[in-house]
Design a protein. Structure first.
Length: 239
């Protein structure tokens, strides 16, 4: 039986079975989809400096013929070096080793200087929320936790305590939403606020937490680096 590779290149062209995926590193010149599937084979045309790959295409349920020019060893080494640098930069950006990475200074709605930590998180029902912890004014002022959702998601009867769980321990934060005139007069019902200091004063490390708002949020996991940002807000000076 003649394979798709042999049909295109002829039987005299050497080809062999390939067990691992063959990287073209973006050097693909063209693709040809044939009707019948075939095993993954590789051929080489020395005069044209082309490599031809023939393999089953799972997405199209047929055979794909890929023709491309092979890269040199120098290109491969450079590609590996760039991948290593990219991986190192990714780890540097994503590793939450610096607790203040997401804490910034802003002005509040009232024009007062504030420090704020903002994180977008998903609860166990895959609903998206923003957890905004902030302090207006100098260190020592109250730290507030604002939970923001889609309009109408936080239509609750105030006050409603926010339950914080950590292992066997739990806290209930006071609902202070109506103490904020901007939220009290906002008919969108998209945000609630809670006094965060009682929790922060009782924490001795950046332990993972779970937030539960009965009837609204089943369970919202808070990772340790976010807890570290919250704890830093009590003493973080204004610039």
């Amino acid at each position: 039986m003649v394979s798709a590779l042999e049909a295109v290149m002829g039987r005299e062209v050497p080809h062999l079975l390939i067990t691992d995926a063959f990287p073209d590193l973006g050097m693909t010149e063209g693709k040809l989809h044939l009707s019948k599937p075939n095993v993954f084979r590789q051929g080489h045309l020395p005069k044209a400096n082309l490599v031809i790959l023939c393999f089953s295409d799972l997405s199209f349920k047929g055979t794909v013929l890929v023709v491309f020019r092979p890269v040199t060893q120098e290109c491969v080494k450079m590609s590996r070096l760039m991948c290593s640098l990219l991986a190192a930069l990714t780890l540097l950006v994503l590793t939450p080793g610096i607790a203040l990475a997401q804490v910034h200074q802003h002005e509040s709605e009232n024009g007062v200087a504030m420090v704020r930590s903002l994180e977008s998180l998903r609860d166990l029902d895959y609903d998206s929320w923003q957890a905004v912890a902030y302090r207006e004014g100098k260190p020592g002022e109250p730290v507030v936790l604002r939970i923001v959702g889609y309009p109408g998601k936080l239509r609750i009867d105030h006050p409603a305590g926010l339950h914080i769980l950590a292992g066997r321990r739990n806290w209930v934060l006071d609902d202070i939403t109506l103490d904020n005139p901007l939220l009290a007069g906002d008919g969108r019902d998209a945000a609630v606020e809670f006094a965060l200091d009682p929790l922060l004063n009782d924490l001795t490390n950046n332990r993972p937490l779970r937030l539960v708002l009965p009837g609204v949020i089943t369970e919202l996991p808070i990772p340790p680096y976010v807890v570290g940002e919250w704890r830093s807000l009590q003493d973080l000076p204004l610039s």
